[in-house]
Write a protein that binds this ligand. Structure first.
Ligand code: URA
Length: 207
């Protein structure tokens, strides 16, 4: 699996703001938006383009646009804080939504919301979730996308745990990962260490 860690001082500085337990909810949300912009910018770097001509005030010039506008899929709830920035960067994109709950008996992720186009063949899909922890929710989300024909999937995560990266690799699904950091690992409560805490709570307050 192709994994790209965005190594940039501005991304590292925004991630530092998000990690800091003293950062309040509005500042956390704003840092997440700005970091999402950088992650999407990198994630889309090798996207197919279409070339066409534009007329500048002076001459004809080579113009470029994305060949196939992607589908953005925030995973609720934490992924919601990434979608506005991602869609303003790619205004032609469509947005689908996936919500994952955890079955308290089996501890397995169970989808409670699937708002996705039926046919995703030929459409690049960007899954937005700030935290790739065990990888359970991400792998289940990707399964929903593959069931609809997706073959070009990018997981866009702020922080990833090595366990989550391994789970994505082992899934065998056609996915690549773009992240700002691969952290040390998971603690006994499946939080990423050092991580940044609960990305939903840090944006929206505790449930
Ligand atoms: N989800 C979070 O929000 N934080 C973690 O550290 C792990 C999963």
């Amino acid at each position: 699996m192709d994994t790209h860690v965005v190594d940039h001082p501005l991304a590292a500085s925004l991630l530092t703001t998000m990690r800091d337990a003293a950062t309040d909810n509005p500042t956390f949300r704003s840092a997440l938006r700005e970091l999402t912009q950088m992650l999407i910018y990198e994630a889309i770097r090798d996207a197919e383009i279409e070339v066409f001509e534009v007329q500048t005030p002076v001459a004809r010039a080579r113009g470029v646009r994305l060949a196939t506008p992607p589908l953005l899929v925030p995973v609720l709830r934490a992924g919601l804080g990434m979608v506005e920035q991602a869609s303003s960067l790619i205004p032609q994109s469509q947005v689908g939504f996936v919500g994952m709950a955890r079955d308290e008996q089996t501890h397995q992720p169970v989808p409670y919301l699937e708002s996705l186009p039926d046919d995703l063949s030929g459409i690049p899909v960007y899954v937005l979730d700030p935290m790739l922890a065990t990888g359970g929710s991400m792998v289940s989300t990707i399964e929903l996308l593959v069931d609809r024909g997706a073959v070009d999937i990018t997981a866009v995560c702020v922080v990833a745990a090595p366990e989550g990266v391994t789970a994505l690799k082992d899934s065998g699904f056609p996915v690549r990962l773009v992240t700002a950091s691969i952290d040390e690992g998971l603690n006994d409560d499946a939080y990423i260490v050092p991580g940044l805490g609960d990305a939903g709570d840090r944006q929206f307050g505790p449930r």
